[in-house]
Design a protein around this ligand. Structure first.
Ligand code: NAG
Ligand code: ZN
Length: 305
């Protein structure tokens, strides 16, 4: 009883923090991103971004370790009026967390949620070379030892893993969620998913990713996020995509879209970790000079420190 109460409280709290208590922000012309205040307007390391080759450097980062992501356990999914979100991972005996990926320490999984639009050519928050995916999934992680409130005041308080969704044959990745999606049509709806495996919403290969410093993409747009964007997308069927598009917002309408437009890098660089097969190319001819320079500058910086 007690633990289920704290769980409900923490779920409500997280919905509030990620959605600013009671404030009527949204994605339409009256309450959309152009009207959001504070860091959403003034910030200089905002998310999302358009990832262009010219802003990207190859980087020899370690892989991201997804620990405890293979467990099958219970989560609670909620329509909070802005998105559908699933939480409860922090109640598990073995709490799922990530490490590696040039992160410092462990980051514990708090919740995941999705961004989408009504048309296939929009939906994701991040763009790659100017192009969008139809949807994007965010796994939100909190740095070990911090409260959410503390994390939001630090540049590295949170680590969000972004996964692109592509319309394809397999409905496996989102199956556990979409089975319950009809019960989540309206804002405030909540449902239990008895058997959810975090690994299921990750692509088979997680070796290749983009890495940069950014923000939450909802008010107050806190610049507290270490972003890890996986290069390989997961598959969602057209039917599942249509189901997602029926989810309604605080106003009781289907979301025309619930993604934020992209922001300038303002001098930030994006680091890209290629997958194994890319690394063969990396060492051959054209990539070799840049690999050499990267290794050389790592050695140099170690000496200078
Ligand atoms: C979802 O919310 C609507 C509106 O508040 C309500 O009428 C409906 O019963 C809820 N559905 C479920 C499954 O809880
Ligand atoms: Zn998000």
């Amino acid at each position: 009883m007690h633990s289920s109460l704290t769980f409900t409280l923490s779920l409500i709290l997280s919905v509030h923090v990620y959605g600013v208590a009671g404030a009527a922000w949204g994605y339409n012309y009256k309450n959309g991103p152009q009207t959001w205040t504070g860091a959403c307007q003034t910030g200089l390391r905002q998310t999302p971004i358009d990832i262009r080759t010219m802003d990207t450097d190859y980087s020899l980062m370690d892989r991201v370790n997804f620990i405890g992501y293979d467990q099958l356990n219970e989560v609670t999914a909620v329509n909070n009026g802005h998105t559908v979100s699933a939480a409860g991972f922090t109640e598990w005996k073995n709490k799922p967390y990530i490490s590696g990926g040039a992160l410092e320490g462990k980051y514990y999984l708090q919740q995941f949620h999705l961004h989408w639009g009504q048309k296939d050519h929009v939906g994701s928050e991040h763009k790659i070379g100017g192009l969008s995916y139809p949807a994007e999934l965010h796994l939100v992680h909190l740095k070990e030892g911090l409260t959410l409130a503390e994390a939001l005041t630090r540049g590295d308080g949170l680590a969000v893993v972004g996964v692109f969704l592509n319309i394809g044959e397999s409905g496996e990745p989102l199956a556990a969620l979409t089975k319950n999606l009809e019960e989540l049509t309206y804002s405030g709806n909540m449902t239990q998913i008895d058997k959810f495996r975090p690994r299921s919403v990750l692509p088979t290969v997680t070796d290749a990713f983009y890495r940069y410093e950014g923000s939450l993409t909802t008010p107050g747009c806190n610049e507290a996020v270490q972003w890890i964007l996986l290069a390989e997308p997961i598959s969602v069927t057209r039917d599942q995509m249509e189901q997602l598009r029926k989810i309604r917002n605080t106003e009781g309408e289907e979301h025309e879209f619930n993604f934020r437009p992209t922001f300038p890098l303002n001098g930030r660089r994006v680091r890209f970790r290629p997958a194994q097969y890319d690394r063969l190319r990396f060492c051959s001819s054209s990539y070799f000079p840049s690999l050499f320079i990267t290794v050389f500058s790592i050695i140099l910086s170690k000496i200078l420190n």
